[in-house]
Design a binder for this molecule. Structure first.
Ligand code: SAH
Length: 197
């Protein structure tokens, strides 16, 4: 199932002209499939997931294809337009909304999945995403650059969350920006599953 899902997701469109200031990097399809299949195993009892900073929608769509109700939130209208057409392409029922995650709110606690800006251009740009995730989440799946573990664990702790899993991967990132010299390169990432105690 994971492989099939990854192959389907590979067909999605990504950022046409990614905005560096928003750190728009799409989640590689293999990783998105991995996260969705794992969430389905560990959190199949949750029915609703929100994808914070959903970009072109790959995570939200992956989550919807394993059976969750999913809503993607992003500040960039162009990315959301692609997300909507991507969802249509794969018959996904994920929905999308234009909002700044800092101002976004929901009633009650929900599942959260996200691959936020890594904070390479703006240090700790992922901080506001984690804050929001801990405010609205009952369980949070979050992708960060390698070396974030101390930072993420510290924040989780102060919001009453337990880090139940930390998976480390090396994932292929395709060339997106002109300053990228190779067609793709492997980057080390950490994926966390965190649960509200
Ligand atoms: N999660 C997507 C995109 C990752 S890139 C994927 O996995 O493919 C990070 C995304 O966060 C971008 O789409 C960017 O537009 C969005 N973003 C950055 N700051 C934001 C904010 N304050 N509110 C909502 N979205 C934001």
């Amino acid at each position: 199932m994971k492989k099939k899902l990854a192959i389907l997701l590979e067909d999605l469109e990504t950022f046409e002209t990614p905005k560096l200031s928003l750190e728009q990097y799409p989640t590689p399809s293999g990783l998105a499939a991995e996260i969705a299949v794992t969430a389905n195993l560990l959190d199949g009892d949750k029915d609703f997931f929100i994808d914070l900073g959903c970009g072109t929608g790959v995570l939200a769509i992956a989550m919807s294809l394993v059976g969750f109700k999913t809503l993607g939130v992003d500040i960039d209208l162009e990315a959301l337009k692609l997300a909507v057409s991507n969802a249509k392409r794969l018959n996904s029922n994920a929905s999308f909304v234009l909002a700044d995650v800092r101002k976004f709110n929901v009633k009650g606690r929900v599942g959260v999945v996200m691959n936020p800006p890594f904070g390479i251009k703006r240090r700790h740009a992922d901080k506001v995403f984690l804050e929001k995730a801990f405010e609205i989440g009952s369980v949070v799946y979050s992708v960060h650059s390698a070396g974030s573990e101390g930072f993420v664990r510290g924040m989780a702790d102060s919001y009453g969350f337990e880090v139940t899993h930390c998976w480390k991967y090396r994932v292929p990132m395709k060339k997106l920006y002109r300053f990228h010299k190779k067609p793709y390169k492997f980057i080390a990432v950490e994926v966390f599953r965190m649960e509200w105690m």
